[in-house]
Design a binder for this molecule. Structure first.
Ligand code: SIN
Length: 317
């Protein structure tokens, strides 16, 4: 799924990848004047269409940490039909909760990680790191799989290697899918990617799922990423988007099989804005993370990025 080592003549995707890999800051990115900032998407100014979302029960949105319906916007890029973006639809406190889950819990066995390929884990990775004040081991964590665990060698999902995806992730992805009209979405597999500031993800297509009609839902948390998305050939120049904490990208329909990549992770100068919460208002929510508890997660996430992406693997019956 990840590495695409095919040599392509006139590889415009790679050309853009190399340009964005050199970027050092948001200012550099602005100077290039090509990258789409999602908070600037405006159907009147930009080449995006605002989509009508299916209205959902406000209580379901609230339980999944989403803002009220009228505050959630969804755009389709005209340049990439089927590529939908929902600029940060989350309550800020809910982002804290998702980050906590990804750092503290979702990598626990029976979920699989890249670390399992060469070591036996002894206890919870995050707790161990905090206890010894040494994040050396934790920082080697690059991915965790949930649901049907992806077999990276044979590039398939193994029907027999399955653990239920975390309830909160499953529910959240069902709600996001329902908003864009996929009522029977089944969140069957997912990958959590952990990026450092110098990490990249090379161009690839996600074509291991049997079901190519259900969308791939991808949530960004923490530091920002330049995300390149093209078409089904690398000979076409991709579009670049700046994904910031909370942004949701959905690859559907014609964009489901598009090449995509992450050439750059950037520390976000405004990162604090995404996590501020009104403690009194949030305390009653099951996803509340107090300021004190948040502190350690914050120290990690301000210089790292997490991407949580979810897919339906099988066809509906
Ligand atoms: C992926 O394509 O697997 C991850 C994309 C991202 O990190 O935004």
């Amino acid at each position: 799924m990840y590495e695409d080592t095919k040599i392509v003549e006139n590889d415009l995707f790679m050309k853009e990848f190399k340009i964005y890999k050199q970027i050092k800051s948001f200012d550099d990115l602005k100077k290039l004047n090509q990258c789409v900032f999602l908070d600037n998407l405006d159907p009147n100014l930009f080449n995006a269409i605002e989509l009508n979302l299916n209205s959902l029960n406000e209580e379901d949105l609230k339980t999944s940490g989403l803002r009220p319906f009228n505050e959630i916007k969804c755009y389709e890029l005209k340049s990439n039909p089927g590529l939908l973006v929902i600029p940060n639809p989350f309550e800020n406190g809910y982002q804290r909760f998702l980050i906590k889950k990804c750092l503290y819990e979702y990598h626990d066995p029976p979920n699989k990680t890249n670390l399992d390929l060469h070591m036996k884990r002894d206890g919870n990775l995050w707790t161990n790191a905090l206890k010894c004040q040494n994040f050396g081991e934790f920082n080697k964590l690059r991915w965790t799989t949930i649901g049907y665990h992806y077999d990276w060698t044979n590039k398939v999902y193994n029907e027999l290697d399955y653990t239920d995806p975390p309830v909160d992730v499953a529910e959240l992805s069902r709600v996001i899918a329902a908003l864009i009209g996929y009522k029977n979405y089944k969140p069957e597999a997912g990958i959590i990617n952990y990026y450092h500031l110098n990490s990249t993800l090379s161009a690839h297509q996600d074509h291991s799922e049997k079901n190519m009609n259900a969308p791939l839902i991808s949530i960004s948390l923490g530091s920002s990423a330049v995300f390149l998305i093209g078409t089904t050939t690398k000979t076409e120049k991709p579009v670049s988007l700046l994904l910031r904490s909370g942004d949701v990208v959905i690859m559907s329909e014609k964009a489901r099989l598009a090449y995509h990549a992450v050439p750059k992770i950037l520390a976000d100068p405004e990162i604090d804005n995404f996590f501020q919460q009104n403690n009194e208002m949030c305390q009653s929510r099951k996803w509340y993370v107090s300021d004190q508890e948040w502190n350690n997660f914050y120290n990690y996430i301000k210089i790292n990025r997490i991407n949580l992406n979810i897919r339906q693997v099988n066809n509906n019956d």
